[in-house]
Design a protein around this ligand. Structure first.
Ligand code: FAD
Ligand code: NAI
Length: 475
């Protein structure tokens, strides 16, 4: 006998678990099916983000930054430390503990919200008069009937043709987060978000990191000024980034990987690495979902086809997060999750992609929201900019973190904030002010007139707003 639920969520990542929580809060009987299993056999709720994405990468970025401070930064502060060493096994164990705490936190939230949690793979098997029939396969098979379905099955890493992942020599994101000892020579294919963050981790720990990027420009989605500053800072740190690189061949040795590639002058190059991280984007995950059994429509790139409200081609079936169009970000998945659950409850909802912030957790951090200068130029918009460098910010000087700047862009006529683009210390936190300004339709003058605590990094945002108006106080 199948259990019937108002809402069945397939996938327990940030999209799926957030959808399940919000649906349960709204009074729906809710189940969530996720196939993640931890090494200790417990469910690994949280998807890519919690297990092999956002959370473990930030744990290793933090650990490796502490190491970098200890080796290169402390001396400036008059702190003398001798005999600094890394215990990689301990660093990885700490990361695993942080992940486990997050898995358990989600399991707790499911219990608290009375969400039925199924550990296994969920697949559509057909339709009945009550809704959709969904089979759960795994250690405890089950049959469910869903009046509404929210698909949140996420994405998987894209492999480089001719170099399948083995997670020994050719690593995906999971492999890059679990290298047991610092490799001497680490190759990275793709200077996107994963490549830059994971490249930074292993460089700080002592690896020689070479990143091969196909495009002629670094971070082409970022504002050009930010991308240029990032390129300068990464070069100073010793990250060797080669743009316009065309990979021609990857050959696996016993303990190394040889990558043949053409450089920006089309000259043939050959590099030998101890490990190779391939981070060239991700593909939507619909394998084993039983899409065919119910006629669920996918688009030409394999994403589940959805409208602006995440409704699929099937009635009462929605899809959210990485498995649908839009940026592959945890907070984008979460926004869609809440919007869909509330829509099922009859509420009017809307997700504004223009106010979804981007953050890259390198050092310095990179963050932006809204349109870039190049996008505004392309659409012929009239705009003003204001830039404030962290070299002129008291808190940044006290911290010894003066790299980068905050740039605000406002409409030339109305002064409404159109974008915020920053590179520098803790800009991952500062960006929230730009998001809020844009959501509230604020003008740069509104930010300029808000009292910001002194000395804080947030004063750089206020000064950038003052710069839009041509009246900085501290520059
Ligand atoms: P996922 O998190 O992928 O979750 C989908 C879940 O569904 C998985 O557990 C999957 O196994 C399960 N599943 C799939 N099919 C089935 C099925 N048929 N039955 C049952 N379960 C199924 N984003 C940020 O915003 N900030 C970051 O700092 C950040 N860092 C990242 C770092 C790395 C290294 C990577 C790889 C990604 C990072 N991301 C980050 C992106 C972020 O992880 C994704 O955007 C986010 O996880 C997408 O959420 P989701 O719920 O759509 O899918
Ligand atoms: P990405 O899309 O960010 O970057 C991929 C890079 O690889 C691009 O620069 C692309 O030009 C390059 N590339 C593609 N094919 C190539 C080839 N054959 N040779 C050389 N270069 C090639 O993808 P990535 O880094 O794999 O990350 C996947 C997604 O995960 C991101 O789009 C992002 O949404 C998410 N993510 C978010 C993070 C964050 O928010 N801080 C951190 C890490 C990942």
């Amino acid at each position: 006998m199948a259990d019937t639920f108002d809402v069945v969520v397939i996938g327990g990542g940030p999209g799926g678990y957030t959808a399940a929580i919000r649906a349960a809060q709204l009074g729906f009987s809710t189940a969530c099916i996720d196939d993640g299993v931890r090494a200790d056999g417990k469910p690994a709720l949280g998807g890519t983000c919690t297990n092999v994405g956002c959370i473990p990468s930030k744990a290793l970025l933090q650990s490796s930054e502490h190491f970098e401070h200890a080796t290169h930064g402390f001396a400036d502060h008059g702190i003398v430390v001798n005999d600094i060493a890394i215990d990689v096994a301990k660093m990885l164990a700490r990361k695993d503990k942080v992940v486990a705490q997050n898995n358990d936190g989600i399991a707790y939230l499911f219990k608290k919200n009375k969400i039925a949690s199924f550990n296994g793979k969920g697949a559509f098997t057909g339709r009945s008069s009550d809704g959709y029939a969904i089979a759960v396969s795994g250690a405890k098979p089950a049959s469910l009937v869903a009046r509404n379905v929210i698909i949140a099955t996420g994405s998987t890493p894209r492999a480089l043709p001719g170099a399948p992942f083995d997670n020994k020599l050719v690593l995906d994101n999971a492999g890059a987060l679990a290298i047991p000892a610092v490799p001497k020579r680490l190759g990275v294919i793709g200077a996107g978000v994963v490549g830059l963050e994971m490249g930074s981790v292993w460089r700080r720990l002592g690896a020689d990191v070479t990143i091969l990027e196909a495009l002629p420009a670094l971070l082409s989605a970022a504002d050009e000024a930010v991308a240029k500053e990032a390129q300068k800072q990464f070069a100073r740190q010793g990250l060797a980034i080669h743009l316009s690189a065309k990979i021609t061949k990857v050959t696996l040795g016993k303990n190394d990987v040889t990558v043949e590639w053409n450089d920006d002058k089309d000259a043939a190059q050959k590099s030998v690495f101890d490990r190779l991280v391939v981070s060239i984007g991700r593909v939507p995950n619909t394998a084993g979902l039983g899409a065919d059994a119910v006629g669920l429509k996918l688009d030409a790139r394999g994403f589940i086809d959805v409208d602006a409200h995440c409704a699929t081609s099937l009635p009462q079936v929605y899809a959210i997060g990485d498995v649908v169009r839009g940026p592959m970000l945890a907070h984008k998945a979460e926004e869609e999750a809440v919007a869909v659950a509330e829509r099922l409850a009859g509420q009017a909802t809307h997700v504004d992609f223009n106010t979804v912030p981007w953050v890259i957790y390198t050092a310095p951090e990179i963050a932006w929201v809204g349109e870039t200068e190049q996008q505004l130029k392309a659409r012929g918009a009239a705009y003003k900019t204001g830039v404030f460098p962290f070299t002129a910010n008291g808190r940044a000087r006290a911290m010894g973190e003066t790299r980068g700047f905050v740039k605000l862009i406002a409409d030339a006529e109305s002064d409404r904030v159109l974008g915020m683009h920053a590179i520098g210390p803790m800009v991952s936190e500062l960006i929230a002010e730009g998001v809020m300004a844009m959501e509230f339709g604020a003008a740069s003058e509104d930010i300029a007139r808000i009292c910001h605590a002194h000395p804080t990094l947030s004063e750089a945002t206020r000064e950038a707003a003052l710069a839009v108006l041509g009246r900085t106080l501290n520059l």
